[in-house]
Design a protein around this ligand. Sequence first.
Ligand SMILES: C[S@@+](CC[C@H](N)C(=O)[O-])C[C@H]1O[C@@H](n2cnc3c(N)ncnc32)[C@H](O)[C@@H]1O
Length: 209
Amino acid sequence: YFYEIFKHFDLKLRNRIIWRFNHGLHCKKRFSVRYEVILWFTKTDEYIFNLDPVRIPAKYPGKRHFKGPKRGQLSGNPLGKNPSDIWDVVKQDWEDEVWDIPNVKANHPEKTEHPCQFPVELVQRCVLALTQPKGVVLDPYCGVGSTVIGALQHNRRAIAAEQDSTYVAITRERIQKFTQGTLPLRPLGKPIHQPTGKERVAQLPLDWK
Ligand SMILES: C[S@@+](CC[C@H](N)C(=O)[O-])C[C@H]1O[C@@H](n2cnc3c(N)ncnc32)[C@H](O)[C@@H]1O
């Protein structure tokens, strides 16, 4: 649907990025949805793509070329690898990661009352890779301003619109807290929690045994 609209305006599709997460509604009549799609279009062939700031750690950084003129030399990049078009950015680790910890509220780094808020980490990767410092980031449907925060964090300017005045107020408050350095944010690149299997919630309940 969006693809056709953008194509109509001669925009060029560079990537169809899958944002994959492990949290969400459990559907009863279809498979549960665990991804969202980001379409990255550019107006022309002259476009910004900064790979280095968004590289992620390579699985095998010590890998070397095994043949050819570079045989024996390290084959990777010391800054890490291209994150690819499948992004594992946790959606709600304030719920997934802390299931066993009673004081859940203390572990809600970004959550507001908005029902479909983006993690700022997701925005940051787009901002860093696809814009330059002092560039302008526009979000016409900004919700509680996650895009604005992601832009400000990296010295970009932001323009945002939102129809719901409650969310506009939360956006303003978040910007204010961000400028004061008091906005709780999940650090960029913080590893996703891997359950050990020992958590109470990971055990098969007695009723099902
Ligand atoms: C998916 S949410 C965006 C959430 C946002 N990314 C965040 O992290 O908070 C979409 C938002 O668009 C707003 N919206 C929908 N139609 C709009 C319109 N015509 N003009 C401005 N805002 C609109 C909704 O109120 C909603 O908050």
